[in-house]
Design a binder for this molecule. Structure first.
Ligand code: 2NE
Length: 273
């Protein structure tokens, strides 16, 4: 598959498939730092994911890291200040949390393609993706308690839903590293493929997804997220229901009647059992 660049960024690559099939690829491009993120990286990721979200030609987003040594090694420790990660504007931030949330609410499947390390905050980034395809060289783990950090949000709670209570505690308390097969066995990833097949496998999964109904996929993502995301998850699901309703003649009748300054006629619409 061929990619065309659709953005100019310092820390990431944002590409679309050149054939216009509907696949976007977002790549953290700091291989010299094992794709650790600094505030500029997360800001650029948020921009690219938002563009992919709004682009109606895009149906699936692949999320990966440059090179084959790492998907992402978490927050860049060299710019970690007292109150978060410090970027060019000198303001300490933890805006990777906004990125995690964005990946959850984008109504399109996001597939993490993991080669090499997915560690720390980089591990959490694959956890929040809809699906994860691991290369045989992938290594997973959390490091927080080792480096003076933790993620008590998705990084703990969603992880627990995936691998179970005991395993999640083991991952966080011991900060061990797990290979791709171990990750598959504990339900942390969907499949493991040879490194050289990683992107092709992601594209194949994307193509299969692109044949499916976008609205059905949208609702399924929101539904599967809803319980874990509490009120925010319900809000997303509810918003999707409102979208569907807006598309109906029944909802249009309400708007038209208001604009035409007449009483709405809802009697012609069915009351399904
Ligand atoms: C990822 C890992 C295991 C790779 O090990 P290895 O041996 O393959 O590579 P090496 O030599 O450690 O790293 C290569 C270069 O990348 C830099 C290293 O400093 C090194 O630079 P040079 O010495 O060549 O100049 N590098 C790697 N990871 C980095 C990082 N996260 N920040 C800055 N530079 C990094 C190994 O490198 C590793 O364990 N990395 C650290 C993983 C980690 O602890 N990440 C932070 C967790 S906390 C977090 O992400 C977080 C959170 O908990 C809550 C909110 C937001 C973020």
């Amino acid at each position: 598959i061929e990619w065309k660049n659709v953005g100019n960024y310092s820390d990431i690559l944002y590409e679309h498939d050149a054939g216009g099939e509907g696949i976007a690829k977002i790549t953290i491009n700091r291989p010299e730092k094992r794709n650790a993120f600094r505030p500029e990286t997360t800001a650029q990721l948020i921009e690219a994911f938002s563009l992919a979200r709004d682009d109606e030609s895009i149906g699936v987003i692949l999320f990966t890291g440059a090179g084959d040594m790492a998907f992402c090694s978490g927050g860049d420790q060299s710019v970690r200040g007292e109150g978060g990660y410090v970027g060019g504007d000198k303001v300490p931030r933890l805006n990777v949390l906004d990125l995690q949330r964005l990946i959850r609410v984008i109504p399109k499947p996001v597939i993490a393609l993991v080669a090499g390390y997915a560690i720390g905050g980089g591990h959490v980034l694959h956890v929040v993706c809809d699906l994860t395809i691991a290369a045989e060289n992938a290594i997973f783990g959390q490091t927080g308690p080792k480096v003076g950090s933790f993620d008590a949000g998705y990084g703990s709670n969603l992880l627990t839903r995936m691998v179970g209570d005991k395993k999640a505690r083991e991952i966080w308390y011991l900060c061990r590293q797990y290979n791709a097969q171990q990750a598959l066995d504990m339900g942390l990833v969907n499949t493991v493929v040879p490194l050289e097949r990683l992107e092709d496998e992601g594209v194949q999964w994307a193509r299969e997804i692109l044949e499916k109904s976008p609205m059905a996929l949208r609702f399924l993502k929101a539904a599967i997220n809803a319980a874990a995301d509490g009120h925010a998850g319900l809000q997303q699901l509810a918003g999707d229901a409102t979208l569907l309703y807006y598309l109906s003649e029944e909802a249009q009748e309400g708007k038209k009647a208001f604009l035409e300054k007449r009483k709405p006629n809802f009697r012609r619409f069915r009351r399904y059992p």
